[in-house]
Design a protein around this ligand. Structure first.
Ligand SMILES: NC(=O)C1=CN([C@@H]2O[C@H](COP(=O)(O)OP(=O)(O)OC[C@H]3O[C@@H](n4cnc5c(N)ncnc54)[C@H](O)[C@@H]3O)[C@@H](O)[C@H]2O)C=CC1
Ligand SMILES: CC/C=C\CC(=O)/C=C/C=C\C=C\C=C\[C@@H](O)[C@@H](O)C/C=C\CCC(=O)O
Length: 258
């Protein structure tokens, strides 16, 4: 998929991986709707992108992915401004084992909400142009992260949901590809949560295990993930793929055929 003039929507775009994904899409000629609950940082990023890529290449929209109404409004505003979307990245996510219902609502339900809205507007069977959805899982979506059982569950859910959507699209002919990116530890603010007892809750005592995992896997930088994200967006042979991104390199996950 060539990205020139394509329309992308990225959730959690204000910072971290979402900012990286948005930036590489802009660098490759796409127009990007930046959705985030953090208005201050999101509006500041929009100013930065305006200076780098021009004022008509990105759009910041305040949006909480816990709200179906706000996501629907963000899609409508994107379509009014740029036209129908071709690319959807459901990236917004948190760590909160204390308020685990919030983590489920954002990390898993927010991905379902965003994916279903993308299907509604991109499905070739209902007038859409087709396209690609890249959901953000985690290495914790492929194996357990002991300090965050619910976060692990949400990410396993994102992986399974995305693979099922890819299979449904293949069978039904939506013309949409669905892939999931599964990074290990990346240098962003979310890592701070691992050291905050109010976020790790009853699993705060596992901090030493977490530190060992971080030592074992290392910490990768956002651009190393963004370049692999771009592969999932542009390579039209990729549907139903889970791409693990580790410090030692990246690999497409082979799942057992049961
Ligand atoms: N940093 C890491 O080590 C890894 C992160 N991930 C995933 O990457 C995604 C992005 O996280 P990071 O960039 O690392 O963290 P981050 O905390 O730097 O960025 C998360 C962004 O999502 C936004 N956000 C949070 N809740 C939201 C909501 N309800 N609605 C809309 N936006 C919301 C935040 O305002 C922030 O801009 C998450 O899904 C995370 O689980 C996956 C693997 C590794
Ligand atoms: C609490 C989350 C902190 C930051 C965000 C995030 O998602 C980071 C995840 C980083 C690492 C997760 C590691 C999980 C490790 C084990 O469960 C393994 O079983 C993972 C499965 C396959 C690993 C493949 C490999 O090591 O080559």
């Amino acid at each position: 998929m060539a990205l020139t003039s394509k329309v992308a929507i990225v959730t959690g775009a204000a910072q971290g991986l979402g900012r990286g994904f948005s930036e590489i899409l802009l660098q490759n000629g796409a127009k990007v709707a930046l959705l985030d609950v953090n208005e201050t940082v999101g509006k500041s990023l929009k100013e930065t992108f305006d200076n780098q890529y021009g004022p008509d290449k990105s759009l910041f929209l305040s949006c909480n992915v816990e709200s179906e109404e706000q996501l629907k409004a963000a899609f409508q505003k994107t379509i009014q401004t740029f036209g129908r979307p071709h690319i959807m990245c459901n990236n917004a996510g948190i760590i909160n084992e204390s308020n685990w219902e919030k983590a489920v609502s954002i990390n898993l339900m927010g991905v379902v909400r965003g994916t279903y809205l993308a299907l509604e507007h991109m499905n070739k069977l209902t007038g859409g142009q087709g396209g690609v959805v890249v959901n953000v899982g985690s290495l914790a979506g492929l194996g357990p992260l002991p300090c965050t059982p619910v976060y692990t569950a949400t990410k396993h859910g994102v992986v399974g949901f995305t693979r099922a959507m890819a299979a449904a699209s293949d069978i039904s002919g939506y013309g949409i590809r669905f892939n999931v990116i599964c990074p290990a530890f990346v240098q962003t603010d979310i890592l701070n949560a691992l050291y905050q007892p109010e976020k790790t809750g009853q699993f705060s005592s596992l901090i030493e295990n977490t530190k060992k995992l971080i030592e074992m896997y290392g910490i990768i930088e956002v651009p190393d993930v963004s370049k692999n994200f771009l592969q999932l967006v542009t390579d039209e042979t990729k549907n139903g793929e889970a791409l693990a991104v580790l410090q030692k390199g990246c690999s497409y996950v082979t799942f057992p055929a049961l």
